[in-house]
Design a protein around this ligand. Structure first.
Ligand SMILES: Cc1ncc(COP(=O)(O)O)c(C=O)c1O
Length: 456
């Protein structure tokens, strides 16, 4: 068609193809040679600021060829590479390369997966992705849910759903400040900070969190959970939900999910599982028993951008009764004309967003490339590597292996011939290890992250 508008953002077909091919060549070289490059350049914010410059927003545009060439050089040479084989920190997996191709295609088509009419095929793909994720972790495929940006958002989405289902029925109209009984939530001490954000931001307040102590295996102490609920009931509080971790953020411990599920059932609490990081390990047959009880969860957080090797951002929340999402998130403004009568699912009714990107597309392709057996293989190997690291740490004369669960090994440096077992010695070793970690994170050899285990 004739280009009658001559938009400043137009790129001709020939130019797009030329720039695209060049970019694909650069990205292919980058992915192929990542092992030979540095994990990070360790450049300071000041150095990087100099590199990108401090000019104001350009008045006039620049040619796309020049912009893309410059941007590729910048990113490929000045990034921390979490897909590097020696990036061992946090829980950001190496991104599957097909995810990069998926994002290109997804953004070229740009469906708005908030409403079915705006994203007919993308909506079906999201439904299938959600179903496949439920199947992958072995819960009923009748769980419903949606893709969100990551673990915090998946947990928030579940938290708000629990609040609207379990709190007094007038909460939508009157808000929680008018609730006659204060809402409280329960989670093990090992829970990720999302719970604090949720309690504060969604009106319960941080004092509404009952941090339940853990047992010697670092799992939530089930007896302590029940005692806390009983004590709150006696004092007139309204217990809302309990969280079980399926792979806690620091050491990968899986809580006694079946135990928490039965207590939730007994006292009518919502049972939420934060499996953002560790739940994919359920595909390894020997590990499946560790997750017993997951099938009882009212809601589950699971992050494809962690242990399912998806590029950022991709989180997922699954809810046992998908109507609970609609009950929480469905609003019908007059300016929306989105049919729900023909079986069309409108994702704006399932979560916090209205306009939504096509983030499930990369996950859908990755699940197809790996298949269930591919995940079993990759995740088993990750765990073997983690165990190997733990063994190496334990047998090393200057390292102390502390914990090993799923793909997380924790260890610390203890100088040769170091003697001391008082609390003061731990303070010294803690700051020594903190300094070492800071050095390593800025260096280009290996990237590690930290955990605090029993004060160490
Ligand atoms: C168990 C757990 N929950 C939640 C989160 C938060 O996920 P995100 O950083 O994707 O928001 C993390 C992140 O590491 C996690 O490990």
């Amino acid at each position: 068609m004739e280009n009658y508008r001559n938009s400043p953002l137009e790129i001709s077909k020939e130019e797009f193809r030329k720039i695209g091919y060049q970019l694909i060549d650069s990205v292919s070289d980058f992915l192929d040679s990542i092992v030979k490059t540095r994990v990070t350049t360790g450049e300071s914010p000041e150095q990087l600021k100099k590199i990108i410059g401090t000019l104001s927003i350009p008045e006039d545009g620049t040619s796309p060829q020049e912009i893309i060439t410059r941007a590729a050089t910048l990113l490929l040479n000045h990034s921390l590479l979490n897909g590097h084989p020696r990036f061992l920190g946090y829980i950001t997996a190496s991104p599957a390369p097909i995810g990069a191709l998926a994002d290109l295609l997804a953004t070229a088509v740009n469906p708005n997966v908030g409403a079915n009419i705006l994203s007919p095929i993308a909506t079906e793909i999201e439904k299938q992705t959600v179903k496949w994720l439920a199947e992958l972790i072995g819960v009923s495929p009748s769980y419903g849910g949606l893709l969100v940006s990551g673990g915090n958002m998946a947990n928030f989405t579940a938290f708000l759903t629990a609040r609207s289902v379990k709190a007094p029925k007038n909460i939508k109209e009157d808000g929680i400040s008018n609730a006659t009984r204060k809402l409280v939530v329960y989670c093990p001490l090992t829970t990720h900070t999302w719970i604090e954000k949720a309690a504060v931001l969604f009106g319960l307040g941080s004092n509404a969190i009952r941090w339940i102590k853990t047992d010697p295996a670092n799992r939530m102490d089930i007896e302590a959970l029940e005692q806390a609920i009983l004590s709150d009931l006696k004092d007139g509080y309204k217990p809302l939900l309990a969280v079980g971790n399926a792979g806690d953020v620091s050491t990968g411990v899986i809580d006694n999910l079946a135990g928490i599920a039965s207590i939730c059932k007994k006292y009518d609490l919502w049972f939420h599982v934060d499996g953002a990081y560790g739940l994919p390990a359920i595909v390894v047959p020997e590990l499946k028993p560790l997750f017993k009880g997951i099938e009882e969860a009212d809601s589950i957080a699971l992050d494809p951008h962690k242990w399912l090797y998806s590029p950022l951002e991709a989180g997922c929340v699954l809810v046992k009764d998908p109507n609970h999402l609609i009950q929480t998130y469905s609003f019908h403004p007059a300016y929306y004309n989105f049919d729900t009568n023909n079986g069309a699912q409108n994702y704006y009714e399932y979560g916090l967003q209205n306009s939504r990107g096509f983030r499930e597309f990369k996950v859908w392709l990755i699940l197809q490339q790996a298949g269930r057996s591919g995940y079993e293989k990759m995740i088993s190997q990750d765990i073997q590597l983690s165990k190997l690291l733990f063994e190496k740490a334990k047998s090393h004369s200057e390292l102390e292996g502390i914990t090993q669960n799923l793909s997380i090994t924790t260890f610390r440096y203890v100088p040769r011939n170091y003697v001391g077992n008082t609390e003061k010695d731990d303070t010294y070793l803690n700051s020594l290890n903190e300094e070492l970690l800071n050095e390593l994170q800025r260096g280009d050899e290996v990237f590690l992250s930290n955990a605090v285990v029993n004060g160490k």
